[in-house]
Design a protein around this ligand. Structure first.
Ligand SMILES: O=C1C[C@@](O)(C(=O)O)C[C@@H](O)[C@@H]1O
Length: 258
């Protein structure tokens, strides 16, 4: 059986860090009609979690427009836990916002009370992280601190230290996505995840090696300590994601017994 997270995170009736890794589907539509349509389409696929990639939404610069769609989105998805992500452009985000605006948007989303988790990058400055963290705590929203590298896979120590730093900065969940150039890089990511899970990182972990080479980490990363895998519902939000139906079939091989 896989090594569970020492501290599990519960959102609605979903446990992150429990017996089985969970499947999250990203919502990446550009306009509100398409976004709500995408959510309708994904709901019957029964994802454990949904992620709204707000940085892919054309109205991302308009807080009121975003809040309006967010409220409608919650009505469509019912009780499915929702991650709110406005990814910073230097780590793969699709919009360039200034930091004050991005923080205001994220905090407004948290205060609206209709998102369950928020994902921000560890590369944001301390004040940005402290401000979002305190807003998240106030509204009972779980904080994911993340790191993305679309160019390469850093060494094992770097990865473990990044996950540890996320914990020290108050992450309820530590997350890291990196790009492999070889299958050794894929093993580095899995080794680092396994080490973090079994030593210093007590909170749930989400890691993935991106691209084609990294697909094994999306299927079997849970065995090494990754608690959530991102799949394709309608459209991908990162290279290497696999359609949810195929992913679930494959995951049954690894996790059915539990
Ligand atoms: O950070 C992540 C992980 C991800 O980049 C992936 O590789 O599956 C997909 C993103 O939507 C999410 O925010």
């Amino acid at each position: 059986m896989r090594q569970q997270s020492k501290i599990a995170v519960e959102v609605r009736d979903v446990v992150i860090g429990g017996e089985k890794p969970l499947v999250c589907l990203p919502l990446v539509a550009k306009n509100s009609d398409d976004l709500l349509g995408e959510a309708e389409l994904l709901k019957p696929l029964h994802p454990d979690l949904l992620e709204w990639r707000v940085d892919g939404f054309a109205g991302v610069g308009n807080i009121d427009a975003c809040l309006d769609v967010q409220a409608r989105l919650r009505r469509v998805i019912g009780d499915i836990p929702l991650i709110y992500t406005c990814r910073i452009d230097c780590e793969g985000g699709m919009a360039k916002l200034d930091q004050d605006k991005r923080r205001d948007l994220i905090e407004a989303a948290i205060s609206a009370g209709t998102v369950d988790l928020v994902d921000i990058e560890l590369c944001n400055d301390r004040d940005f992280i402290a401000s979002v963290r305190s807003k998240a705590r106030e509204f009972g929203v779980k904080l994911i601190l993340s790191y993305h590298n679309f160019d390469e896979t850093p060494g094992e120590n770097f990865i473990v230290e990044k996950l540890e730093a996320q914990c020290r900065s108050g992450a309820d969940i530590a997350k890291l996505a990196v790009m492999p150039k070889s299958y050794s890089d894929v093993l580095t990511l899995l080794n680092a995840t396994n080490r973090a899970r079994n030593t210093t990182v007590d909170v749930p972990i989400i890691t993935m090696s991106m691209g084609f080479m990294g697909q094994i980490t999306r299927l079997a990363g849970g065995l090494f300590g990754s608690d959530v895998t991102f799949a394709i519902g309608k459209d991908a939000s990162a290279p290497g994601q696999i359609a949810i139906e195929r992913l679930r079939d494959a995951m049954d091989i690894f996790y059915k017994q539990v």
